[in-house]
Each structure stands twice: as structure tokens, then as C-alpha cells.
Design a protein around this ligand. Structure first.
Ligand code: ADP
Length: 177
């Protein structure tokens, strides 16, 4: 944990200079809107090709889990596709599923020996997760994972697209900075 820096940036995750960017995908792995659309557009067809191969092998990606592909033409070498929960009021396991998106993404990055990873604010777009609740879970899940595991990961970046997520993530990380 002490060796890993957690940072917050505002902007477009497709431009992030990290080894892996995380995609808020859907379970079909066939692309969608929001950050998913942006990643496939910027990264080119090689990403979708690999997603299709994974889909043929394992039939998509369940909520809370993650898979890894090439980053195609992105600055990042890899994309980690994780499927966040759709907000249904909070009593359908959403908090645990959202935390597991962050944990499983970090685990895949660590298994590859990667040193840097960038996350978007998973589930806070079309999937409707309240941003304040999601930000707390995101920050806590990342901190806990890093405390519990010795990993190659030296840098975690939250890339926030919108002002509200940026403000929330910044203040959560400033609390014990
Ligand atoms: P979900 O279906 O998981 O809600 P969305 O893509 O709809 O996924 O939204 C997730 C978050 O990604 C939202 O906070 C949205 O503002 C953000 N987002 C959209 N485009 C980008 C981008 N290019 N880079 C980073 N974050 C983005």
C-alpha cells in the first residue's frame, strides 16, 4: 500500500498513460455506449476481436468479474473489461458486486505484473449507481486490495469524466492523504 500511489484525474480515460485502462463494459463484451464506446472507438477493432474470442470461450463476462484484452491503438497496452452492477436500489448485492469489479481488475493487472492501472467511475453512467456511494466503494475497495496484497502495481489512477465524480474522488482521497 505504501508503495502504491492513488491519484485522481479529470478527463478521458482513452488518453491515460498507464499500462491498463479499465472499461465499464456490459456482460455481452460486445461494446456499448459511454466509456465502453469511447474505448472501442479509440482502441480500434483489435479490442472487439479479443472480446469476441473471450465470449466464444466463456460466454461473456458476469457482473462483478473482469477479463483482459489488448489495448489496441490506445496508449495503454491492455484493457481490463469489468461489468458493474445496474443500480436497483442497493439491496440486490450492488455494493459487493461493484467492489468486486475493482478487486478483480486489480487482480488481473497484478497477475500480468503491470505497474499502473486507470479506472473510470464504474456503474455511475447508464447503470445509474449513485455517484457518492459508488465513489466510496471504489476508493475503499482499491485501498483494501492494496493493503491486503503485495503487487506490482505502483500507481492507480481514477479518471473521472464528470465534475461530480472528480470532486467526490478527490475529497475521498484527500481525507487520509
Ligand atoms: P456504466 O454502464 O457502468 O454506468 P458508463 O460508460 O455509462 O458505464 O458510465 C461510467 C462512467 O464513465 C460515468 O461516470 C461516465 O461519466 C464515465 N465516462 C464516460 N466516458 C468516459 C471516458 N471517455 N473516460 C472516462 N470516463 C468516461
Amino acid at each position: 500500500m505504501d508503495k502504491t500511489s492513488i491519484r485522481v484525474q479529470q478527463g478521458d480515460i482513452t488518453k491515460a498513460a498507464v499500462e491498463a485502462v479499465v472499461n465499464a463494459a456490459n456482460s455481452s463484451l460486445l461494446g456499448g455506449g459511454g466509456v465502453d464506446g469511447a474505448i472501442h472507438r479509440a482502441g480500434g477493432p483489435a479490442i472487439l476481436e479479443e472480446c469476441k474470442q473471450i465470449r466464444a470461450r466463456q460466454g461473456g463476462c458476469p457482473t462483478g468479474e473482469a477479463v483482459i484484452t489488448t489495448g489496441g491503438k490506445l496508449p495503454a497496452a491492455y484493457v481490463i473489461h469489468t461489468v458493474g452492477p445496474v443500480w436497483q436500489g442497493g439491496s440486490k448485492g450492488e455494493p459487493e458486486l461493484l467492489a468486486s469489479c475493482y478487486r478483480n481488475s486489480l487482480r488481473l493487472a497484478a497477475e500480468r505484473g503491470l505497474t499502473s492501472i486507470a479506472f473510470p467511475n464504474i456503474s455511475t453512467g447508464v447503470y445509474g449507481y449513485p455517484k457518492d456511494k459508488a465513489a466510496k466503494i471504489a476508493v475503499e475497495a482499491v485501498k483494501r486490495y492494496l493493503q491486503a496484497h503485495e503487487t506490482s502495481i505502483a500507481q492507480v489512477v481514477f479518471v473521472c469524466f464528470d465534475d461530480e465524480n472528480y470532486r467526490l474522488c478527490r475529497s475521498l482521497l484527500a481525507i487520509d492523504a
